[in-house]
Design a protein around this ligand. Sequence first.
Ligand code: HEC
Ligand code: HEC
Length: 395
Amino acid sequence: MKLSAPITGIAVLALGNLLSAQTPAKAGNMVEDVFKNVQALKGITADDFMGTMGIMSAAIGFCCSECHNNAGTDKVDWAADDNPRKVRARQMVQMVQKINRESFNNRQVVTCFTCHHGRDIPQQTPTYAMIYGQGPTEPDDVLTNMGGKQTAMDVINRYLEAIGGAANADKVHSYVATGTSIGFGGFGGGGKVTIYAKSPDMRTTRIEFAKETERPDSIRMTNGKTGWVKTPLAVLSEYQVTGNELSGARVDAMMAFPAQLKTMFTNLKLATPQGISDLPGPSSQTEQEKGAGIGQDRAVDVVQGTGPGGTLTTMYFAKDTGLLLRVVRYANTPIGRIPTQMDYSDYRDVGNGVKLPFHLTFAWLDGRDSIQLDKYQINATIPAGKFDTPESLVK
Ligand code: HEC
Ligand code: HEC
C-alpha cells in the first residue's frame, strides 16, 4: 500500500518538457479528433479530457507515469500502451458512470476521489484515531446557505467598500498590469508578466522569458467568446479553450472587475465561515512569497454562486479586512469536477480610489503560476490584438 503525496505540478511539468511538441488543437476539437485510443471518456473536448487526466492523477495520488509507462521520456506512447493499470483505470471510469447512473439517478456524486482520497488502494475500515479524532475537516464542494441576518450580497458589498467603493470600482473598464513571475519548483521564475484586462470579460495573461533561457512564453487568453492557452510544458502545448474550461476562464476575466461580482452570479449563498491558508509549496516559491500571500489560518466568509456557463464558484473574503483572498471555480467532467484556484493578496492603491491585488497565484491541476505585479495602468488603452489568437497559432 502506497500513500503518495498529492501530485505536484512539478512532476507533470518535468515530464512535459521532454515531450515533443504536438500539433496545436484546433477550434472545438473533441477527444476523438485529437487522441487515438479513448474508449470511455468520449464526447468531451480535448482540453476537458486533459482535465480528466489531471483529476484522475490527483484523486489517486499518481503521476502520469504510473498509468502511462515512459511518461517523461520520448518513448511514451499515451495511446497504444494499454498496460494493466491503464486498463483498470478505464474500467473504473465506466464503473463510476454506472454507479452514478444506476444508484444516483444520473447525478454525478461519486468520483474517483470519493473512494480513493489520494491513495491507490482505498481505505476500507475507519481507524480509532479517526473515530476519536477530529474527523475529516475538508469542506464540501457544493455548500449550503447557513441562513441568518447577513447575506452573500452583504459580504460582496463589504469587499467593494474595502477596495474603495462600488462607484469607484465601477469606473474601471480596462487595465494593463505588469510584473514578474515567481518560479514554482525551479520552473518559470523571473518571467516578465503582462496582464491585459477589458470589461466585461476579456483577459490575457502573458509570461515572457528572456531569450537566453530558451523558455517559450506562456499565454492564457479569453475574449469572452473563445480562449487560448499556451503552456509550453504540457502534453497539449497550445490549444483552444472550449467547453467548461472556457466558462471558467470567463469567470476569471469577469472577476478582474470587482464591481461585476454583484451581477455575474446566480444562486448566491453565504456558507459557514472557514479558515484558509496559503498553499503549501516548494520553498523556491514560498520563500519568495514571504510578506505577500494570504497567510495562515485566515478567518474567511465563504460565498458561493453559479457563474457564466454554470460554473460553480466559491469566494473567500477575509473577515478582518473584507478583501477577496481566494476564488475556487469548478469545471464539470464525466468523472468529477476540476478545481482551479486563484489567490489574491497584497492589495494596494492603483489610482481612481481603487485597490487591487498585486500578488496573484493561479493553481490548476498540473501547474502553478505565481505573479508579483508592480504596476497597474487603470483604464489604459489595450493595444490591438491582445485578445486575438496568439501569433504562433496563426502562423
Ligand atoms: C489512473 C491512471 C491514469 C493516470 C494517472 C493518467 N492517465 Fe492518461 N489515460 C488513462 C486512461 C484509462 C486513458 C484512456 C481513457 C479512455 O479510454 O477513455 C488515458 C488516456 C490518455 C491520453 C490519450 C492517448 C490517446 O491518444 O488515446 C493521454 C494524452 C493521456 N492519457 C495523458 C495523461 C497525462 C498527461 C497524465 C498525467 C497528468 C495522465 N494521462 C495520467 C489513465 C491514466
Ligand atoms: C466505489 C469506489 C471506487 C471508485 C469510485 C473508484 N475506485 Fe479505483 N479502486 C477502488 C478499489 C476498492 C480498488 C482496489 C481494488 C483491488 O484491490 O482489487 C481500486 C483500484 C484502482 C486502481 C488500481 C490501483 C493499483 O495500483 O492497483 C486504479 C488505477 C484505480 N482504482 C483508478 C480509479 C479511477 C481513475 C477512478 C475514477 C474514474 C476510480 N478508481 C474510482 C475503488 C474505487
